[in-house]
Design a protein around this ligand. Sequence first.
Ligand code: BES
Ligand code: MN
Ligand code: ZN
Length: 483
Amino acid sequence: MVKIDSTSTPLSEMKVDALVIGIRKGNKLTRQGTQVDKALGGGLTEHLERIAFKAKVGEHAIIPTFGRTNAGVVLAVGLGEDRVTHEEVRRAAGAAASKTASFKTVAFDLPDAAGARQAAVEGFLMGGYKFNRYKSNGQKQIEQTVYLGAAKKSDREADRGRLLAEAVNWARDIVNEPGGVRGPAGFADLAAKRAEAAGLTAEILGEKELKKLGMNGILTVGQGSSSPPRFLTIRYSPRGAKGMLGIIGKGITFDSGGLSLKTAEGMETMKTDCSGAAAVIAAITSLPELKPKINVIAAIPLAENMPSGNAVRPGDVIRHYGGRTSEVLNTDAEGRLVLADALAWMVDQKPDAMIDLATLTGGMMIALGKKVTGFFANEPRLAREIRDSAARTGERVWEMPLLDELRKDIDSDVADVKNTGGRYGSPIFGALFLRDFVGDTPWAHLDIAGPARADKHDHYIRKGATGVGVRLVVDWIEKRAGR
Ligand code: BES
Ligand code: MN
Ligand code: ZN
């Protein structure tokens, strides 16, 4: 547990295990940094010069103070060029968190720019994340107190930062959990628990209800698993709300590929295939505290994609919610099948706009790599909003084309549409398939296959599930509500 506190005592005078000092290019020191440098007889500047500290974002150096300052050690972290952006603060704080994990008390000297406080708390709490509940010698998470300067009675920025970081870390936790521990029902229960704790109502539909509603995409993808599928909805309806938004997340709790079985290697990370669902749940459950005045509905199709005697076969045809049909040619293109039901259902709720998040295609990872979300939108306004939100939250996005002339490549001989279109441009085929189910509703599809999972630590990103999309979705909702 990390406690965020603030103090009016100059940070350089605080008795703490570590004092974190942000350093900008040219090794410029903050006021607190200057104080420390003085106490060390110029030792701080001298040391930074000696090790050729470049103040690159995330670069750091631990400097022992041998009792000459109140802090046990000084941790210098780079903040990059002169004008420090929020993302640079987030990253520097993330790096600082992982370096100070063993210290009980940490003072954090911030650049005094608007919004930097929130960014620092976000970065610090995301960067300190660990998933070690299955390590028998796992380091016990110590109680840590982080002091920020400029004491405040009500620290709105720090509170926002904590709320968002904790939402991200919740999403990371549920995705990092083994797929065998949280199947569709277990995942839905964990989500409902979080929703209730936030004061929201969650509704979980089981097989009977799915049948009644005609949600055969979800049922068909889930039919090969002995853990049956679910459809989860969460509603946020504050007093005085104007308008309504829909958010949808792909919740495949484990993707083996089904009969179109993946390779052993391809399956290794497929518990991550519920990252869209986790992001959407984490986002909507943050809203009661942020209080944007807009209605939001989250829809999460949950299924496990498994091969078995009951599994869907290539050639099978699905009648989705709302009546459109699809032909399953590759059972590993299952995400679009469950999302089709959820999108068509969401359209019936009549949102002003909706966005879905899905680890939909390996092809998107080939196209844009591990750091960038590729997205599609059927409306320029929505595309701009996604780009703007991402710019604020530091989550990188890139718009991909919803190329209408490729739609014929997913024409089916027997149904309205088939679920594959060939290897080249496969993310586009995924998006075009989904487009068939959204009608005229303004809609964006975020393919997070790459950034949902990290294969190494990097600033506030920790190896494993990243919680990508959580902050972006919250930002989008708040902006739509006219924050
Ligand atoms: N969950 C996968 C996509 C994926 C792959 C995400 C690797 C993250 C890392 C998805 O269900 C899938 O298998 N997609 C197929 C679609 C293809 C069969 C049309 C793919 O991209 O290979
Ligand atoms: Mn798949
Ligand atoms: Zn999948």
